[in-house]
Design a protein around this ligand. Structure first.
Ligand code: NAD
Length: 368
């Protein structure tokens, strides 16, 4: 072992949290534990330069606590750049609850989680993510105002997933315009991985446009439901990534573009809703660029949901939500061109624009 590697290992042991690979100057990490309800959660606040850290809560059965910590660090960082590039005055945060949302989620657990959110006095504002429903956010709302994505009957903007899907659809069209010269997706083959809240709504848009939709999910019931409703084909093979499709839309969990999959991907465009699709941003972004695969950065095209919940804080209505979400098309085109002009990956181009906005605000805040 080289002395450098030894040093890195020693540092990691001494600093298991701040030394984490996914730790990126996060401002605050809050570990929440409640024996009575069985709640084990982590709230990650990445950056609050542009505003309070807003991001959803994910409930997932992680293999271990490190995996959960890693996820919340990656997800909260992504939220910072998502809001920044979308022009919202929000910082980046996210929360994870460790457990099975189908069997371990109770109203008491959700309310206890809400109390932890409340204890941060608005520095972190929550919403739904994987494993959460609007009704869960309503329970959180019972104990704290620092929650979005609540029911329309309670003054919220409702389920953000259809808006997220619409934004992804816009981003996908922009990528198609850039790659194929036309934004029309009719007859294009699109593989949608994960047909949950966002995936199903994306399938609807694609079907209406006349695309050839292939779906994949680990949940057989969902597969059958969506396939019956929209007439999509179900992928039944063993090697989904090698499927010869025009577009791959990751709409399940993150890091599906990794060392194992990247060289098998045949799609010419990757555009989907999942957060953190690239396991290693720099490495996998570069490989996609070299292979000529157009990657529409996830945090750019899946911003519809945050635009929708931001409306609850800012008080704008559906027309403005749709206008802002439709604008994802223009921003995506702009980012894809910027990447090409500067010979950088699309991920890097998007990060640069987001970081620039944060730096400008930081300077403004310092001069106040
Ligand atoms: P969801 O839980 O409703 O759906 C996820 C679906 O993916 C489920 O049907 C699940 O069975 C399936 N799945 C899980 N692992 C899979 C695998 N290995 N292969 C195939 N399918 C798999 O979640 P959602 O709200 O639709 O969100 C989907 C993704 O989009 C998540 O990564 C989420 O973070 C991201 N996202 C969602 C929103 C939103 O508004 N809901 C906004 C931005 C980003």
């Amino acid at each position: 072992m080289t002395s450098q590697l030894l040093k890195a290992n020693v540092l990691k042991k001494m600093s298991p949290v701040f030394g984490q690979q996914s730790y990126d100057d996060h401002e605050q990490i809050v570990f929440c534990n409640d024996k009575d309800t069985g709640l084990k959660a982590i709230i990650g606040i990445h950056n609050t330069v542009l505003g309070p850290a807003l991001g959803g809560t994910r409930m997932w059965q992680y293999n271990n606590e490190w995996e959960a910590l890693n996820d919340v660090l990656r997800l909260s960082r992504g939220m910072t750049f998502k809001s920044a590039i979308t022009g919202l005055n929000l910082g980046g945060g996210k929360a994870v609850i460790i457990g099975d949302s189908k069997t371990q989620k109770t109203p008491e657990l959700m309310k206890r989680f809400g109390e932890f959110v409340h204890s941060l006095s608005g520095k972190y504002i929550t919403a739904e993510d994987v494993g959460m429903e609007t009704t869960d956010m309503d329970l959180v709302r019972d104990v704290t105002p620092y929650v979005t994505g609540i029911s329309e009957s309670r003054g919220g903007a409702g389920n953000p997933s259809p808006i997220t899907a619409y934004g992804v659809f816009m981003g996908m069209k922009a990528a198609a315009k850039y790659k194929f010269g036309s934004e029309v997706l009719e007859d294009k083959s699109v593989l949608v991985q994960g047909v949950g809240h966002v995936g199903e709504s994306l399938v609807e848009h694609l079907t209406n446009e006349g695309a050839r939709v292939i779906i994949s999910d680990i949940n057989e019931e969902r597969l059958n439901e969506v396939s019956t409703k929209y007439g999509s084909s179900i992928y039944r093979g063993q090697d989904m990534y090698s499927e010869d499709v025009d577009i791959y839309a990751p709409c399940a969990l993150g890091a599906t573009i990794n060392d194992e999959t990247i060289h098998r991907i045949k799609a010419k465009i990757i555009a989907g809703a999942a957060n953190n699709q690239l396991a290693d941003e720099a490495k996998h972004g570069t490989i996609l660029q070299e292979r000529g695969v157009v990657y529409a950065p996830d945090f750019l095209i899946n911003a519809g949901g945050i635009i929708n919940v931001y409306a609850e804080l800012e008080g704008y209505g559906k027309t403005e939500i749709m206008r802002k979400t439709e604008n994802i098309y223009n921003t995506t085109i702009e980012i894809l061109r910027k990447a090409e002009e500067n010979g950088i990956t699309t991920q890097e181009a998007a990060l640069n624009v987001a970081q620039e906005r944060i730096e400008i605000r930081k300077k403004e805040n310092m001069n106040l």
